[in-house]
Design a binder for this molecule. Sequence first.
Ligand SMILES: Nc1ncnc2c1ncn2[C@@H]1O[C@H](COP(=O)(O)OP(=O)(O)OP(=O)(O)O)[C@@H](O)[C@H]1O
Ligand SMILES: Nc1nc2c(ncn2[C@@H]2O[C@H](COP(=O)(O)O)[C@@H](O)[C@H]2O)c(=O)[nH]1
Length: 206
Amino acid sequence: MEYPGNLFVVAAPSGAGKSSLVKALMELDAQVQPSVSHTTRPPRGQEKHGREYFFVSPQEFDAMVAGGAFIEWAHVHGNRYGTSKKAVEDRIAAGADVILEIDYQGALQIKRIFANAVLIFILPPSWDELRARLERRGEDSAEVIETRLTNAAEEMAQAREFDYVIINELFERALFDLKAIVHAQRLKFSSQRRIRADTFKALNII
Ligand SMILES: Nc1ncnc2c1ncn2[C@@H]1O[C@H](COP(=O)(O)OP(=O)(O)OP(=O)(O)O)[C@@H](O)[C@H]1O
Ligand SMILES: Nc1nc2c(ncn2[C@@H]2O[C@H](COP(=O)(O)O)[C@@H](O)[C@H]2O)c(=O)[nH]1
């Protein structure tokens, strides 16, 4: 499907820093809008319904799946997460740039529906640093951290399926790379879709 807005998908193993990077990107670039997912996971820390996620019961999630409300959904770390059509389609149809922070299974589902979506994978610099970030964040139990580290190996093996890979060692460097990808995509699509025939004429290239 083709829409005037761009769709970016950022995936990473838990703790690699994707939420921090996406938040920093949106503070710098008002054109990029988030999409709030639905999840059956309970809220953690200061999370608020409708801000980080729509926190729903398994029954509510089932009803949304049955009603075709999601453009993608997946089981991740023992819970279910999904992106609603409402969160994405109206906005990219209106020309906004939307960024999804989802796992690799969801990212690959999105690419099958929106061939122009840009898939970005964030890697941590090492296993030790990944563990240290999850521990320093201090929001998950030791058991949850172990599950997320175990799942990280399978997730990282999918990085090669993505359009871009960013190693988040130095935060500012990784943010620079993310901004560069977003800008490159905008330039690519503005030249394909938005340059008008009279511009070509004026430049004598048609
Ligand atoms: N480059 C970095 N150097 C050091 N710490 C970082 C860096 N990037 C992020 N962090 C820290 O690592 C922790 C995990 O980051 P974050 O919550 O953004 O990860 P995530 O990939 O979104 O994880 P999840 O999928 O579990 O939500 C946070 O405490 C964050 O401040
Ligand atoms: N496939 C989807 N994955 C999602 C979605 N929203 C978030 N996620 C991913 O789940 C894990 C865990 O997130 P956490 O907030 O519990 O730490 C992480 O990889 C997220 O990117 C979604 O809508 N679909």
